[in-house]
Ligand binder design. Sequence first.
Ligand code: HMG
Ligand code: MG
Length: 304
Amino acid sequence: MFDSLPEAVSIYEVSPRDGLQNESAQVATHAKVRLIEALVDAGLKRVEVTSFVSPKWVPQMADADQVCQMIERREGVTYSALVPNARGLERAMAADLDEVAVFISASETHNRKNVNKTVAQTLAAFEKVIGPASQQGLRVRGYVSTVWGCPYEGDVDPEAALTIARELLDRGCYQVSLGDTIGVGTPLQTRRILERFLADVPRDQIALHLHDTRGTALANVLVGLEMGIRDFDASVGGLGGCPYAPGAAGNLATEDLVYTLQGMGIETGVDMPKVWQAGQVAEAIVGRELPGKVHRAGVRSLAS
Ligand code: HMG
Ligand code: MG
């Protein structure tokens, strides 16, 4: 293992969206803004700040428009948001974002529970999102969820996930982020999935979005790294889950990813003590202990 490590890796931070969307207590808008600014201050260059979904479906994201209005933008940072349909894109454009992310599942049941549509209907709805967004100068990212397993259907055929991913790329997404939505993936499974994807899709068009429900996310990152993947999603403190995927925990914690990559000599652009501080902000605003390992252990504690 590790014959060819990259010099640098790009981290796509999802805690303000994937993290906070699952919190039952309403988080104040100014607290969300504080978290986003702490993440940017730590050196994260790509941040998914919110989602423009139906407030009836995800009340926690109802203040998406205000969040975008309030954050102080920093040069060189890509501010992104999740968008399910034309209405979402309209809101994202009014909010002056750099990028939007569409999302769809590789399994029919999760897709229906998440967006009330079949996979085919969801792809049809994206006709009013991907093309129009690109025409307005926004980059579009695509998520394919439940690639490693579905909370309703169990095993998922990687071929089905690949067909959807190809469709998203053909329609204009610059990258697809493959989701282990409920954190069931293990390393050899990750290798099999990536072997299939990399036979058809250039590696820089693939990102990994790994929830750490069973503690295997980092092991799967290492498989991805070894296979040439350079883009990883992460959530500070390990905050998060998906409201329509029972049992989903947070994404791989950003601090755990940065700590591991830095230890391997791989550049992330992220300042370790500052991202740890951002994790403290996240914990304070949700008012409960977060699960990230580095978050809990500290950046480095030496016995005296
Ligand atoms: P629907 O009920 O079938 O659609 O929802 P609708 O068009 O009838 O809309 C219902 C109401 O919402 C209407 O309002 C619409 O106007 C409004 P009403 O007429 O009843 O007053 N509405 C909107 N309002 C604001 N912004 C919008 C919008 N769209 C409709 N964009 C819909 C369909 C897709 C809207 C709904 O199912 C939805 O919002 N789902 C989002 C679910 C979600 O956010 N899930 C979590 C994110 S996905 C995830 O976490 C996985 C990921 O992290 C990757 C991984 O881990 O694998 C990305
Ligand atoms: Mg997710």
